[in-house]
Structure formats: C-alpha cells, structure tokens
Write a protein that binds this ligand. Structure first.
Ligand code: TRP
Length: 348
C-alpha cells in the first residue's frame, strides 16, 4: 500500500516544478486559527513558504479562520486583537497586501453558505474517521465534542473552494482535510455541475520544529516562542527548554529529540546544516546550546520584529487591510455561490 505522506511529497515536487514554469495557473489558499499569536513554528513551516510562493508570483488568499477557534473552546478570546496581530505578523514576514488577500471567514457570509450543500455530500462515517479531528478531540480533553468539531473539515472545504483555490500549502496534519475537500469538489461536480477544482496539497518541506518541551509546538501548550516575543522573553523560554543529561551536543532527532530540536532551530535561523551547528557547540553542553539558539533566533527575527512593532503602532491600517481583504473575498464568494445556486437549481 502506498504511504499517503510519501505520495503527497512526490506530488509536491511535481507541483513545485509546475509553479516555477507557470505560477499564474495556481491560486493558493492558506490560513491559520486565531487562537493566539503566531509562533516560530508557523514562521518556519508556513509563513516563509507563503512569502516564497508570493515572490514566485502565485496569487494568494490568506484566511484568518476565526470560526474554527470555537471547535474546542466555549468562546473565542481576544479575537480582534489576535486578528490584528496576525495581519501584522503576515506583513512583517513579507506578505504584500497588494498581492495577497487577507480575510476572516466569518466576514464572508456566502462562503459559509457553501457549507450546507457540502455537508450533504459527505457521510457521518467519513466525518467521524478523520484522524486529525480525532487527535484534536483527544488533545482538547473535554467531556463533550461540539458538532462544529466534526464538521469543520467540511467548512474548511468551503474556505478553499469558495475562491476556487487549487493549491493549499499544508503540514501533514492537514492532509486528511484536503482529501475531504477534494472529495467534496468531485462529488459536487459530478452531482450538479463542474464548478470546482480539486485542490492539491503542497507539503511543507521544512523539517518539523517541536516546542520547547519536545512536544508538538502549539499555542495552547505554552511551549511555543511567539514571533512577537521580546528578546528577553525569547531567552527565558529557551532557558526553560527541556534538554537531556548528555553533555556533548549532537544532532540526533530519533534518540535526542529535545536537544536536536534546539539545534535545528539554530540551524534554521542560520541557514546551516544542523550537524555542523551541533559539532561546533560540542562539549559546550546545554548552556552553550541555549546561548547559541537564543542569539541565532533573536538575530534572525530582529528585522521581522522591528517591522511588526512599527505595524502595530497603526492598528487602523491593519484593520483596513483586513476589511479590504474581506470585501475582495466576498466578491469571489458571491460569484461562486451564484454558480452553485444555478447548478443546484436554486436561483429564483
Ligand atoms: N485548520 C487549519 C489549522 O488548524 C486552519 C484552516 C482553516 C485552514 N481553513 C483552512 C488551512 C483552509 C488551510 C486551508 O491550522
């Protein structure tokens, strides 16, 4: 049986080739949940890749997935603040608001309306067996699971298909969602009319960064370093990072995940080979390693953080970017919903 991750990686290599030949044939949609501030995991795994795609000339939609915040919590917290900070993070990393459309899905009613026909195209069994949703349910550790938790992958299909995006840069955890999106597009096209592309996943090539405790990096686990953290906060977080009892620093992710993760972080900042970074620290031990990581990260992020600070001095500008993005997204959503209604014979 073929491994779905390997298959996706092989397809991604082919996609990269097609992008370099004709970036205009693609429309990218990517997004983040505004559950907190974006962190260095987002930065290395996805924000840098978005900027790269933008520079190659690929049209891009960037979604602030605010409705998804309430999959595993009772209420969204600090949404306006997180949303503005996310816009600042995007721009500070190099996203150009003249080229990319940044929007929030709650602000696009016609996008959300696609959810109804889309839900009719998937079975409860299909929704139930989504491995990422299962993991999120376990991680949330709550006694009840909301209906939105089970259906959000179908909502995500609406996020992607409303603008006819055909390329979605993702981490591995998002592959099941993309498969469902393709299924929904295919079934809609077969049942009603050929409206939607079957979007492809572009797997991130960046190695996976873990949190400072060696677990999956996540805003809610408190093991992440925010892009907007100060240099001192960054130093304090790295000081607390877990290491191991062995003195000599090596890069060996399988047997020394925590130490290797710190080495990897420094290597990514310095654009060097992690083995080389580890060898240079050598007998410097955990303290030496942490000093190198702190300096490398603070230095690498300094220009991003500087731009971020400047941008946040003008929240009205950031809100304007988002409002304009919402309007642009809405124009696309109105067009698509019209097509959908016609195809379903629901235009009166
Ligand atoms: N589920 C994604 C996450 O948790 C966020 C998201 C929502 C998304 N809609 C999307 C990502 C559409 C890509 C495409 O990070």
């Amino acid at each position: 049986m073929s491994d779905p991750i390997q298959a996706a990686a092989a397809r991604s290599a082919d996609i990269e080739d097609r992008i370099s030949r004709d970036p205009g044939q693609f429309r990218v949609l990517t997004g983040d949940r505004p559950t907190g501030r974006l962190h260095v995991g987002h930065y290395f795994a996805s924000l840098q890749n978005r900027v790269r795609l933008q520079r190659l000339g690929v049209p891009m939609m960037i979604l602030i997935a605010d409705y998804q915040v309430i999959t595993d919590r009772d209420r969204p917290e600090n949404l306006p603040e997180f949303a503005t900070e996310m816009v600042a993070d995007y721009l500070a990393c190099g996203i150009d608001p003249e080229q990319a459309t940044i929007f929030a899905h709650s602000a696009v009613p016609e996008l959300n309306q696609l959810l109804l026909p889309f839900l009719s195209l998937v079975s409860v069994a299909e929704l139930r067996r989504n491995p990422t949703v299962k993991e999120e349910i376990d991680a949330a550790g709550r006694s009840t699971v909301s209906g939105l938790m089970f259906t959000y992958p179908a909502h995500q299909a609406a996020d992607i298909l409303f603008c006819k995006a055909n390329l979605v840069p993702v981490g591995r955890d998002q592959l099941p969602h993309l498969e469902l999106t393709r299924t929904i597009a295919r079934r809609f096209n077969e049942r009603y009319a050929p409206i939607f592309p079957e979007p492809e996943a572009l797997l991130s090539q960046a190695p996976l960064l873990l949190g400072t405790d060696g677990q999956k990096m996540s805003k809610s686990r408190g093991n992440s370093i925010a892009l907007g953290a100060t240099e001192d906060e960054t130093a304090a977080l790295i000081r607390k990072a877990r290491t191991d009892a062995e003195r000599t620093v090596t890069y060996d992710p399988a047997t020394r995940p925590e130490v290797s993760n710190l080495v990897l972080l420094a290597a990514m900042c310095q654009d060097r080979d992690p083995h080389e970074v580890a060898a240079q620290i050598g007998s410097g031990g955990a303290a030496g390693l942490k000093q190198v990581v702190t300096e490398a990260l603070n230095e690498h992020l300094a220009p991003v953080r500087e731009r971020r600070r400047t941008l946040l001095e003008d929240p009205a500008y950031l809100r304007k970017i988002l409002q304009r993005g919402n309007e642009q997204a809405r124009e696309l959503a109105v067009q698509t919903l019209d097509l959908v209604r016609n195809a379903m014979r629901m235009s009166y």
